[in-house]
Design a protein around this ligand. Sequence first.
Ligand SMILES: Cc1ncc(COP(=O)(O)O)c(C=O)c1O
Length: 408
Amino acid sequence: MNKRGYYGDYGGLFIPEILMSTMEQLITEFHRAKDDPAFWKEYTDLMSTYSCRPTPLTYAENLTRHFKGAKIYIKREDLNHTGAHKANNVMGQGLLVKRMGKTRVIAETGAGQHGVATATMAAKFGFDCTIYMGEVDVHRQRPNVFWMERLGATVVPVTEGTRILKDAINEALRDWVSNMDTTHYVLGTACGPHPFPEMVSYFQSIIGKETRKQMLEREGGLPDRVFACVGGGSNAMGIFSGFFDDPVELVGVEAGGLGLESHRHASRLVSGDASVGIAQGYRTYFLQNPDGQMLETHSVAAGLDYVGVSPILADLKDKGRVRFETATDKEVVEALSMTTRMEGLIPALESAHAFAGAFREAPNMGHDEIIVINQSGRGDKDIFTIADAFGDPAWKSFIKAKAEEYNA
Ligand SMILES: Cc1ncc(COP(=O)(O)O)c(C=O)c1O
């Protein structure tokens, strides 16, 4: 990265002039914290007492036997407090908010995991909290909205545009401009204006650091391939960064939705539907038309349903350091079903993209080769979508009975 937050051709800091002093304060405070060894210790202590760190690395014995190829390990970010890797980022940013003396946090959320994580952090640190969420996602992820409100956050459904994550980000940026003296914007992924891609990746790097150490302890060597799903790119950056200097193949799996040929997907780095542009404060690949209008995205996983992608990953793609693949909704539901039945693990629909990518390749690898899959979150938040995907009749009658009870 160069000084202005560029990674190759991507990144930067494109914000309204009025936000510049707030960003300068954030950049300075973040770099001061990053250079202070006591800060990382404070962060890891917090994560080991408030979240479940280090998260385990689980050997997937049954999946390994089934595919008859590479040995499969799963990094268990689902075991973090609030059920996803999102906790790593919000707790780190929470510590920075305290250092900056601010009293209010705002955030955007797609799947709701980042919103729940931010509301949790705000409750713990005593900050006021407002969460922006596209109206479509509010409907898809009602249980997470319920929890955010119980945690004391105000959830604002965003009715602009296509009413999903990108619209929630625009609304959060608008709020920030009006309230920057008191408010910090807890961006949830490795996107947005500098220093967010660097800062979010820094907090998520705890995943990669642990995984590398655990692999060496467990196998006496490093994995051959590491798989992570890619929405904005924070869990991928987190686990990949542990292996950037090693001969380890890094594979990011984007949302292939209904298939790339259907143009109903959220693939920014693999499909030909994306191009480089500037939006939401940074330069990267966006799914947009030739006039720069953002396209509608689709994924069964709300957390991958986003038009942009981390500028750091875009650069790593150009450099050939990370390989990108896609998995369709159908493949993802199959991978989730298989993992649940064979290992007793329920990955989030987002994480199941990484599983689908790994399952495609594991059978063609040797018995002496090792795969690590990042299970970025747990799937219980997706119960409505998953039950729909399976057409579960007992679940449907349960919901109908509940609805009748409320109408009574
Ligand atoms: C469980 C889970 N995994 C992955 C993602 C995608 O985000 P990122 O690419 O920043 O890791 C989300 C986003 O909401 C999520 O909830």
